[in-house]
Structure formats: structure tokens, C-alpha cells
Ligand binder design. Structure first.
Ligand code: AHR
Length: 554
């Protein structure tokens, strides 16, 4: 049941009544605290190396993501580096963004990369894929792609932030030849081909060496409406004998929508009709999962099922987390099918779109289609999701949060000269320490949360996370999703002594708390030293929180 004090807490502080001051990240006046929770980290049970690429981002040419979000233009008064928003670059460097996907999303299957190269003033304007969904007052650049931000600019952006580019090809409306010529433009050595010389003439003599190439996007839907079998035939054709231009290329196939097991099976079975060797051309299968249906089973309608980004009750909080928590079963379920058809697991999962998706109305800039203001709920959701990826390092090779800026689960919001880091952005900064570590089996024991879900008692776990080892340093991230109960928890690291450490906590007394252009630091992490050392330490994880511990082990 949702306790009365939770009801009071959310009634008193909800509805946008944000506290101006930061809350103390430990038990507040509205919180209860329970004991009896335990976390045991097992260094002798490694699960695999956490790929930095699971901390990837996704940037689609969609509404305010590219134009206004990333690209402000070279002549803008907004501080920029070659037209790219400087504040974004500076913030992104802090999160060590491993890989960024571009140009879509659905937009990718409408995009001709040739429109976005060559002298900027000669580039054509095209109707953006998303034009029909834009509001009449949306800026022209959101409706009609000015092509000022093309391949060169995107790769420059990636280099500025220390990231690898991941480009998605247009299977729906371009040819296989266009695809490999794009690879040639990016990766061939200056002086070798006309396309390489065009790149060099634009000021990029060094090959871009783009490794990751998506063969379409959501090919079961906006990317061509293929059956799994039809798409597999296209995939084989598109990836056959593509020259590598001195760069190892990793092709990512358009994979299943959520729990479409038939897509995974159908695609692989069809590919395998030409022999097992075909698997060598597939680096990953893209899985997409958005948490959007907050109707508690009342509807499957894509519009009616959505909830509000900012106005929600504790039950909506739990519903969103339940929807997001499906990710673990999706990973293990698709992996099981892949095990049957690719027993050596040459192919990995690439979760290149994930995040919550709310109904319109929660935008920071009203004309930004699909923009929502992330709250503490989305930070907890994101921590939970990244922990799931960390727990499956052998299965998930890459993941890309949808989307970086001015969109769905955004790390940043920007409009003209205004900018802020969202609670989701803070989670990415906290979790960056996991990158490249050895994921460790970790046992979380805590009583489940029980609450009323339309007259029926529902349960949700009350403490979960992930751990990674980096020599003698352990990174442990812990999510407490309980809206009203802090968890006093004993932490053990089997076979090791905890010598010292730091604790970074992201929380707030209001579950709706979020940052905005005017109040940029309502939700921001607080770091302090670890109290205690030895065989175990005890600490309290606040209600509705994401915590990172960095522990030195002896
Ligand atoms: O992220 C928004 C859209 O969601 C993408 O364009 C598409 O791939 C997905 O359906």
C-alpha cells in the first residue's frame, strides 16, 4: 500500500511546488527508514567487461535535437565551436560519451547523406521526416532540414566530445550503393577516391574511420515496413562485399521492437539460409524499448496509454519503473533465441533506443516535438536501466539513450542561450565510472515494496544496482525506487576489506523534482566521504534515489 506519509509527501510537495533549496540526501522529515537490507558483492564471480559503449547516446535530426540543441551555427552569438553548442560539448566531456548514433531514428530512412556534405551554402533544404508532426509555430529548421549539420559536422561533434560516431543508413529509400559510398566518403584515404577528396576539401583530410554502421532503423516499421524475412534479405545484400576502406566495420541490424521474439528468430533464420558464415557480417542486433504505457493494463493505445512527464502520482512512478524493468527480460529473452541460432554468440545486442516516453505537454520549449522535462523519476529509471546493462556485459555491446538533448529521456535541455543538465544527465555522469570495469555478480537483499495497483496488491523490488571492479577500486551503483522509505543497508565485498570511499547521491524530497533553465540545480548529486570501513559498511539509501559508491579495497 502507498503509505499515508507518502500521500502527504507527494500532495504537499507535488504539482510543481519545487523546493528552491536542495534537500538533504538522507532521511527527510517525510521519510521512514527500514533496516534489514544487504548488498553482497562477489569479486570472484565476474560477469564480463562493461563495454563503454553501453553509455552511448542517440541524436536524431528531429525537432530541437540537432537544430538548437547541438547546432547553433558558426555565426551565432551563443558560444560555439565551429557551430556546435559549446556548453553541450563541455558537459558531455564529463560523462565520457563512448558512442553517438545519428541521424535517426525514423529520420535515418529518409535521409540522403549526400545532401549534408560539400559547401554549406550549396546544400539543399529538404522536408524533414518529422515535418507532419511539427506544430505550425515550430522553427523552419525543424520542418525543413537545412542540412547545415551533416556528416562532417556530426563527426566533428563526436571528436570534440571524445566519442565514436555510429551512422544509420537509409534502407527504405536509398540503395546499397549509396550506403557503401557513404562508408567510402567517411573512411577512405584522401587521394584515393573522389569522395575521399571531397571530404579532404571540406577540411577533413584524415579518414573519419567510422566503425559502427546501422543497416536501417526499425525496419519492421518506419524503416520500410519489412517482414523479418524481407529485411534479412536486404541486410544480406547491403552488407555483402562492402569494402572496409582500412577500417573494421561493425554492421548493426535493425532488431526487434520490444518483445517481438518472432523478429529476432525470423531474421536470424532467414540470414542463416545462406549458411553460418553469414553471421560474421552481423555485429549486433538493435533492440528498442520505450516505457510508455502507464495505463496499468487498461489500454494498449499508443496515445491513450501514455502518462504525463511532470504530473504524476506514486503509482505512475512505479508503473513507469515496471515498464522500464522489462528491459532485463527483453535482453535475456532475445539472447535465448540468439543462443539457439548463434550458439557461439558472435552477435550481441545493441539497445540503440531506450527511455521513457510521455504524452505531449511536458516540453521545456513548447515547439520541441517529443521533448519532455526529465524528473527524478527519469533519473531513477535511467540508473535502473544502466544497472541492467551492467549486469549483462556479455550480451549488451552497446546502448544509446533516446535522446541526448531536447527530446525524450534527455541528458540536457537547451533553447537559444539557455541550457541545463537534467537529472538523467547527472546519472550518466555518476555511472561513467563503470565503463570498462569488470562487472561483478552482486546480491541485493531487501524486502519488496508493496502497493495498491487498482485494488490489487502489487510488488516491486526495493534495492538493486550493479558493481564493477577496476583494479582495487570498486564502483557500486544502487537504486532505491521506494518513494517514501530509505533503506539502511549493510554492504559486504566478499574476501576484501573496504578501506575508504566516497558516496554520491542523487535524490530530492519531491519525486517530481527537475531542473529547468531558471533553476538549473534543483536536482544535482551530492558527494561525501564514506563513513566507516572494514569487512562491511552500513549506509542508508534515501527514498527515491540513485547512489554511487566508489570504494578502495584492500
Ligand atoms: O526516438 C524517437 C523515435 O522512436 C525514433 O525516430 C524511432 O526509431 C522510434 O520509434
Amino acid at each position: 500500500m502507498i503509505r499515508r506519509r507518502d500521500f502527504l509527501r507527494n500532495t504537499l510537495l507535488g504539482g510543481g511546488a519545487l523546493l528552491a533549496s536542495r534537500c538533504v540526501p538522507f532521511a527527510t522529515a517525510f521519510e521512514s527508514a527500514t533496516t534489514g537490507a544487504r548488498i553482497e558483492v562477489l569479486p570472484d564471480e565476474p560477469l564480463g567487461t562493461i563495454s563503454p559503449n553501453i553509455y552511448g547516446q542517440f541524436t536524431e535530426n528531429l525537432s530541437g535535437v540537432v537544430y538548437d540543441g547541438i547546432w547553433v551555427g558558426e555565426s551565432s552569438k551563443i558560444p560555439n565551436i565551429n557551430g556546435i553548442r559549446k556548453e553541450l560539448v563541455e558537459e558531455m566531456r564529463k560523462i565520457k560519451p563512448s558512442v553517438v548514433r545519428f541521424p535517426g531514428g525514423c529520420f535515418a530512412d529518409s535521409y540522403d547523406w549526400k545532401d549534408g556534405i560539400g559547401p554549406a551554402d550549396k546544400r539543399p533544404r529538404r522536408t524533414n521526416f518529422w515535418e507532419g508532426e511539427e506544430s505550425p509555430s515550430a522553427p523552419a529548421s525543424h520542418k525543413y532540414d537545412p542540412n547545415q549539420f551533416g556528416t562532417n559536422e556530426f563527426v566533428r561533434f563526436c571528436k570534440l566530445i571524445g566519442s565514436e560516431p555510429y551512422l544509420a543508413g537509409n534502407v527504405r529509400s536509398l540503395s546499397a550503393q549509396d550506403f557503401y559510398r557513404w562508408i567510402e566518403y567517411c573512411n577512405s584515404v584522401a587521394g584515393s577516391t573522389t569522395l575521399a577528396d571531397m571530404r579532404a576539401a571540406a577540411g577533413f583530410p584524415e579518414p573519419f574511420n567510422v566503425r559502427y554502421w546501422g543497416v536501417g532503423n526499425e525496419s519492421w516499421g518506419c524503416g520500410g515496413n519489412f517482414t523479418a524475412q524481407e529485411y534479412a534479405v536486404e541486410f544480406r545484400r547491403w552488407t555483402t562485399w562492402v569494402p572496409h576502406y582500412h577500417q573494421d566495420i561493425s554492421f548493426i541490424a535493425s532488431g526487434p521492437n520490444v518483445d517481438d521474439w518472432n523478429w529476432t528468430r525470423g531474421f536470424l533464420e532467414e540470414v542463416l539460409k545462406k549458411g553460418k558464415g553469414q553471421l560474421r557480417s552481423i555485429y549486433g542486433m538493435a533492440l528498442h524499448h520505450y516505457a510508455w504505457n502507464l495505463s496499468r493494463g487498461a489500454t494498449e493505445d499508443w496515445v491513450k496509454g501514455k502518462g504525463d512527464a511532470l504530473k504524476f502520482e506514486p503509482i505512475d512512478w512505479y508503473e513507469l519503473l515496471r515498464e522500464g524493468d522489462r528491459m532485463e527480460g527483453l535482453i535475456t529473452g532475445h539472447w535465448q533465441i540468439m543462443s539457439e541460432l548463434d550458439p557461439e554468440h558472435r552477435i550481441k545486442l545493441v539497445v540503440d533506443e531506450w527511455g521513457p516516453w510521455y504524452r505531449p505537454g511536458g516540453e521545456a520549449t513548447p515547439t520541441n516535438q517529443l521533448e519532455q522535462i526529465p524528473t527524478l523519476r527519469d533519473a531513477v529509471f535511467s540508473g535502473m536501466t544502466l544497472d541492467i546493462f551492467n549486469r549483462h556485459p556479455e550480451k549488451v555491446a552497446m546502448a544509446n539513450c533516446a535522446q541526448l538533448i531536447n527530446c525524450l529521456n534527455s541528458l540536457y535541455l537547451a533553447h537559444e542561450d539557455k541550457f541545463c543538465v537534467t537529472p538523467v544527465g547527472h546519472v550518466f555522469a555518476m555511472y561513467a565510472d563503470h565503463q570498462g570495469g569488470q562487472s561483478l555478480h552482486t546480491i541485493f537483499s531487501a524486502p519488496e515494496i508493496t502497493y495498491d495497483r487498482d485494488g490489487k496488491s502489487a510488488r516491486f523490488w526495493s534495492l538493486r544496482g550493479s558493481a564493477s571492479l577496476h583494479d582495487k577500486q570498486l564502483v557500486l551503483t544502487v537504486v532505491n525506487p521506494d518513494v517514501g522509505t530509505a533503506r539502511e543497508t549493510e554492504i559486504f565485498v566478499r574476501g576484501a576489506n573496504i578501506q575508504s570511499g566516497s558516496v554520491t547521491t542523487l535524490t530530492h524530497s519531491d519525486i517530481h523534482a527537475h531542473n529547468s533553465f531558471d533553476q538549473r540545480n534543483v536536482v544535482s548529486p551530492l558527494t561525501k566521504g564514506l563513513a566507516g570501513k572494514g569487512r562491511s559498511v552500513t549506509m542508508t539509501f534515501p527514498a527515491a534515489s540513485v547512489t554511487k559508491l566508489v570504494l578502495s579495497l584492500g
